[in-house]
Design a protein around this ligand. Structure first.
Ligand SMILES: [Zn+2]
Length: 325
């Protein structure tokens, strides 16, 4: 059932989802060495350690040709799993080390997506470790490509080292420019981080795992209809939760907080969306109708125009119809 459900993925990093075979070919490393460098070890201790798995992919994602190929392959992987719409994210400034301009980087990724016949948009990531100037460049880039392949901004990076509350000025700029945004929050930091992200105007929250610890934060998510982009396997790897049983996804769903299921990083976490659905279905009493309801929530919280949302929702409705006849 997991493969055939029409799915929407809202939280997937391009650099964390480069096919292992491609990464091995482009880096010249053996498949085994590539695996050890780019897939998180079983005994991963923290988000900081998890983030070291991005070094190798970023090294090879410095040419137009490689960026086009990697984006296209991710698009193909998404399509194979019956993903009907995806918002893929990355930090464009990480790919200008060998001379590409930031515009050339975005163009290459969009070209890769255009070779796949499912709609895919980009979310540009600002980084917690970057300066205000660098992040402002990403904001301007998002404005330049606004509704031409780029639909939103994000804040990514190590939340335990750089608290969300430090980015009030940054998000004031984003709000003034008028670009919607999601923020990675409540992954390696507490519910306070989620609260800060909500206060700053985030339309969605990346992970938001620790929101479960605070009634008020949960109520805010519900009242403001803010979706949590949940990534179960990744959350275990970064120690945001200890076991899948402790994952708050089911509790949040039952509390009517909008959620969606995502991979975060297909390669780093050695997963795909079907595996995520499978893992959850084995642990919680979730049915395919619940999964469809989560995808409906994902469509509603996507950064698409209403007209496109209606079209996607029709695909889910048609899929469900075959079970009621
Ligand atoms: Zn993420």
């Amino acid at each position: 059932m997991n493969i055939e459900i029409p799915k929407v993925e809202l939280h997937v990093h391009l650099d964390g989802s480069v096919r292992l075979e491609t990464l091995s070919e482009l880096s010249g490393l053996t498949l085994e060495d590539t695996f050890h460098q780019a897939v998180v070890p079983k005994n991963c201790e923290s988000l900081s350690e998890y983030l070291t798995c991005f070094d190798l992919p970023i090294q090879v994602m410095q040419t137009r040709e490689n960026l086009v190929r990697i984006a296209q392959e991710l698009g193909e992987d998404l399509k194979r799993e019956n993903v009907i719409y995806a918002e893929v994210r990355f930090n464009p400034l990480a790919h200008t080390k060998e001379g590409l301009t930031k515009e050339e980087v975005v163009d290459a990724v969009l070209e890769g997506f255009s070779k796949v016949d499912i709609p895919i948009n980009l979310i540009l990531c600002m980084m917690r470790s970057a300066s205000l100037e660098e992040n402002s460049e990403v904001i301007m880039l998002a404005r330049q490509y606004w509704n031409q392949g780029v639909v939103a901004l994000d804040l990514a990076g190590d939340e335990s080292k750089y608290p969300t509350s430090d980015f009030a000025t940054l998000f004031e700029i984003v709000r003034n420019v008028g670009i919607p945004f999601t923020i990675h929050a409540g992954e390696s930091a507490s519910f306070e981080s989620v609260k800060s992200a909500i206060q700053m105007g985030a339309r969605r929250i990346g992970h938001g795992i620790h929101a479960i610890e605070d009634e008020e934060t949960l109520q805010l998510l519900k009242d403001k209809n803010i979706l949590l982009e949940m990534c179960p396997t990744s959350n275990i790897h970064t120690k945001a939760v200890n076991t899948i049983k402790e994952h708050p996804f089911w509790q949040c769903y039952q509390m009517h907080i909008p959620i969606s299921i995502n991979t975060d990083n297909r390669t780093v976490s050695f997963t795909n969306l079907s595996k995520e659905y499978q893992t959850l279905a084995q642990t919680f009493p979730v049915t395919f109708k619940d999964f469809c309801a989560m995808n409906t929530q994902a469509i509603a919280a996507s950064f698409l125009e209403d007209e496109q949302k209606v079209k996607l929702q029709r695909t889910i409705d048609n899929y469900l119809k075959q079970f009621s006849e």
